[in-house]
Design a protein around this ligand. Sequence first.
Ligand SMILES: Nc1nc2c(c(=O)[nH]1)N[C@H]1C(S)=C(S)[C@@H](COP(=O)(O)O)O[C@H]1N2
Ligand SMILES: [Mo]
Length: 393
Amino acid sequence: MPGIKGPSDYSQEPPRHPSLQINSKVPFNAEPPRSALASSYVTPVDLFYKRNHGPIPLVDDIDRYCVDICGLIRTPKKLYMRDVRMLPKYNVTATLQCAGNRRTAMSKTRKVRGVGWDVSAIGNAVWGGAKLADVLELIGIPKLTCSTQSGGKHVEFVSIDKCKEENGGPYKASIPLSQATNPEADVLLAYEMNEEPLNRDHGYPLRVIVPGVIGARSVKWLDSINIIAEECQGFFMQKDYKMFPPSVDWDNINWSTRRPQMDFPVQSVICSLEDVQSIKPGKVTISGYAVSGGGRGIERVDISIDGGKTWLEASRSQKTGAPYIADHVSSDKWAWVLFEVTVDIPYSTEIVAKAVDSAANVQPENVQDIWNLRGILNTSWHRVQVRVGHSNM
Ligand SMILES: Nc1nc2c(c(=O)[nH]1)N[C@H]1C(S)=C(S)[C@@H](COP(=O)(O)O)O[C@H]1N2
Ligand SMILES: [Mo]
């Protein structure tokens, strides 16, 4: 491939921030401490979770780097960085969440397979780049197209990294053509993250961002775009990242019975407290993040300090100085909201958070109800135990 290559070993990995908690060294999978996460609306790049399935690709000649656009189209095209930069640039603030976020907690009720993540396999960034809808127009596919004349219905993104799950082949995924050609869906070919060029861990020089959808579809280190009739047949679309009921286990799984997961459901997490945390009796600030998929806003975040018997409402915010209103034009529709409430906690208890999105979807109470063998989409009520110590007792 011109200009970029996918190494087959881990000898050329980029430097990483020392405070990241490493869940797997090779491939590199790491998340920030939860306390760092909810302290800023836009997650700093070095603290943003890193989720990889192989060694990080290397660009040796950025001028020769290009994306092959091919498949069910009349004229294939080579898309160079200069072509991407010539298109109108959009900055989209969007939360990326790995479907495996909070997997470790799900594994506690019954073992699941996958990288163990705490609550920080998520981050919110300002992604800068061209809209995929504009790129596809360059090759003759108009906006809001469901199907091309030659039967193309899906857009496949293929990377250059070497993944074990693909038997050494590249990571790939697809989205429907209708979403790819809809300018309102804000699907980007991004070359910037937080107004800096993407770094190697996050997909330099060019990655896909599919807002509101599980992170697995936002393919990094883009090598080709294929217009295809059926959804991508790769491992991560067909044999992974699908939601199964608790009755399905490794001895009775039939992957073809379920659809690849796309939008993520409503989620919220308390970041200001570890589980378990010792505190002094008195006022405690409970803060964290809440987010929903599909561009749905957060209508409410409820906090309980008695294990879920009674609730109070937390305040929500995105940008300082502007009130957050779910689904309002002034809100970042693809981004998380931070929540906060200060309460008096006189005794040891369980603190719980649950969010409600703008479609009135609520997080499920029990993790058992949504347990699945791959441990994806743990969006059950987030609980932390606090032990209150009375120093004068
Ligand atoms: N090429 C490539 N793209 C990829 C992956 C990968 O391993 N290779 N991982 C996916 C998954 S599962 C997630 S959650 C996000 C993580 O993006 P980040 O590392 O920038 O946080 O990238 C997605 N895109
Ligand atoms: Mo992921």
